[in-house]
Design a binder for this molecule. Structure first.
Ligand code: AGP
Length: 600
């Protein structure tokens, strides 16, 4: 989605803005622009297309204060006029979010004599700030924002003043020496500083070269904590891989290991989850659990449902966040929200709905300080490091890791998992990173199969129980990055309709690892083979039966039935990646998609 950067300091701002914007490219965008105060006036340069295209049209500009933006069109087409920054008089604005009452404000401002040139809601904000401006930018921004309904993260310059504010859209302030930064996403400024202030909703920051003042809505000064960000800049670089996605797939053993680290003792059969603020009594008496998420995080939640039901024998609901917010949630139940970014607007809205209904809330997320983490009762972090590719990979694996830990922990507290079983499960879980590495070492074989499918138009991924969410995830990955139509199905459901689509031209990936439903899965494989589909099975290393029924097999190490989804995940990710690569698709930034979806 849209990205914001801003700078006020002692250095030339243009190279810093451009470098920081490039670090936000992964979020997805269709146009980009900057505004710089050159000592006399604000110069604005923007265009449709990529940041490298913007760089080509930039004249030499001298100035040490500026704002920059990558736009992902919501209100108004992706073109030069609609690109940010937007200006009004001496004011220049970049904005993420949606101004819901923009039409009323636009009508009112038009009557007051302001002329609109774009189709965007952001231009309203520029004129509104100009309207209220009386030699104090902070006051003008504060007054203008009081008129706004909707969500925003904004950075505004007027002469040598820089002001930033947020509501329901992320924004951080980077603290440097004689220079300060603003960004919608930490990786944008990691090259310059690791000290950040997380702005909270409705706060407004005045950012000078050597100090930052933050105010609440009544203009009272707010004291904020400066956080030291412990991220490696290399996490936000490709480090020799052709795509971030491939790098992040390879980082999964480490991400999984980091997510487990310090949280388990397999010798004692103990799980300790930092950040889980639920008492044992609350867990014992838990009557209802809802998992809520979108996209890949939803697929993790669906697997979470199977895991919790297996460990606690309790029924779990899992729901798409954008639908849950209209559903009834019962007070006293636990709502688990899963979100890699911690900023997804649909998930945030569902969380707020759940809180207002009196539910206990727990988040599984990867981003410290993100909005969701600040609104829930408990947070258990995944520790994947920043994920840059739009297609979620390593964060999915870490989400699964946390769901395994939570479900086993709940089962133990509720007395449904004994100590011996716990020790056995934890010992198996510890093997997973090494087993993933074995699959990664076999990627040439997966690549060869994937290349066979590069010209297919339709695809099916099928699985049962624990493997069904991975079938969904495989199909989602393939759709996102290769633009091939793909369906993920519970294998038993094919005969109720989708079997009509199976022909020799529709490859089927059958996730057929050993487990309670293996025999039924084999029957489903026979059904699709009988319709001439090419079937590629993902099966255990020791399974000598499956090859009789399928065209090809990719092997994964044998593990506990409930842990095998993590290994199959690596295979479906690599299949999707290599198909997209063979089709020459822009893998890290697929069309129409954004990394963090901050609009509903
Ligand atoms: C995953 O590959 C997608 N890009 C997308 O489905 C994503 O999982 C979804 O938007 C939810 O994001 P979140 O985990 O940051 O909330």
């Amino acid at each position: 989605m849209c990205g914001i950067v801003a700078y006020n300091g002692i250095r030339q701002t243009v190279p810093i803005l451009i470098d920081s914007l490039k670090r936000l490219e992964y979020r997805g965008y269709d146009s980009a622009g900057i505004a710089v105060f050159n000592g006399n006036a604000v110069e604005v340069h923007k265009d449709k297309g990529r940041i490298v295209d913007l760089e080509k049209i930039l004249p030499a500009i001298s100035g040490t204060i500026g704002i920059g933006h990558t736009r992902w069109a919501t209100q108004g087409r992706p073109n030069k006029v609609n690109a940010h920054p937007h200006t009004s008089g001496r004011i220049a604005v970049v904005h993420n979010g949606i101004i819901e009452n923009y039409q009323q404000l636009r009508d009112w401002l038009t009557k007051s004599g302001y002329v609109f040139i774009s189709e965007t809601d952001t231009e309203v904000l520029a004129h509104l700030i100009n309207h209220y401006y009386d030699n104090n930018l902070t006051d003008a921004v504060m007054t203008a924002l009081k008129d706004i309904k909707g969500s925003y993260a904004v950075a505004v310059i007027c002469g040598s003043e820089l002001v930033a504010a947020r509501k329901d859209s992320p924004l951080v302030i980077g603290i440097g020496e004689g220079e300060n930064f603003v960004a919608s996403d930490i990786p944008a400024i990691l090259n310059y500083t690791r000290k950040v202030i997380f702005l909270d909703d409705l706060e407004v920051a005045s950012i000078a070269q050597d100090h930052v003042s933050i105010f609440d809505t009544h203009k009272n000064a707010v004291q904020k904590t400066i956080h030291l960000i412990d991220l490696d800049i290399r996490d936000a670089e490709k480090s020799g891989y052709e795509h971030f996605m491939l790098k992040e797939i390879h980082e999964q053993p480490r991400a999984f290991h980091e997510t487990l680290a310090g949280r388990i003792s397999e010798l004692e059969g103990i799980i300790k989850l930092d950040g889980l603020n639920l008492t044992e009594d609350e867990i014992k008496n838990m009557s209802r659990i809802n998992m809520i998420a979108c996209g890949t995080s939803f697929n993790a939640g669906l697997l979470g449902k199977y895991l919790f039901e297996q460990s606690t024998y309790t029924h779990i609901d899992v729901e798409i966040a954008s639908e849950f917010r209209y559903a009834h949630s019962s007070p006293g139940s636990l709502v688990i929200v899963i979100s890699q970014s911690g900023e997804t607007a649909d998930t945030l809205a569902a969380l707020r709905e759940a809180k207002s209904s009196g539910c206990m809330t727990l988040a599984i997320t990867n981003v410290m300080g993100s909005t969701i983490t600040r609104e829930v009762d408990s947070v258990v972090y995944t520790r994947s490091g920043p994920e840059i590719g739009v297609a979620a990979t390593k964060t999915f694996i870490s989400q699964l890791c946390v769901l395994y830990l939570l479900s086993l922990y709940f089962g133990k507290v509720q007395g449904k998992i004994n100590s011996d079983r716990m020790k056995r499960m934890l010992a198996s879980l510890k093997q997973i990173p090494a087993q993933m590495t074995r699959i990664l070492n076999n990627k040439e074989l997966i690549k060869n199969y994937a290349q066979k499918f590069a010209s297919s138009n339709d695809f099916f991924f099928i699985g049962r129980t624990f493997n069904y969410p991975i079938a969904l995830e495989g199909a989602l990955k393939l759709k996102e990055i290769s633009y091939i139509h793909a369906e993920g199905y519970p294998a038993g459901e094919l005969k109720h309709g989708p079997l009509a689509l199976i022909t020799k031209d529709v490859p089927v990936i059958a996730i057929a690892t050993k487990g309670a439903t293996y025999d039924k899965m084999v029957n489903n494989v026979k059904e699709v083979k009988a319709r001439d589909a090419y079937v590629l099975a993902i099966a255990d290393e020791k399974d000598n039966e499956i090859e009789k029924y399928v065209d090809a097999v990719i092997r994964v190490p044998a593990t506990e039935e409930m842990f095998s989804p993590m290994l199959s995940t690596v295979v479906v990710q690599l299949i999707s990646y290599y198909i997209a690569k063979a089709r020459n698709c822009p893998i890290d930034q697929p069309r129409n998609l954004a990394k963090s979806v901050t609009v509903e």
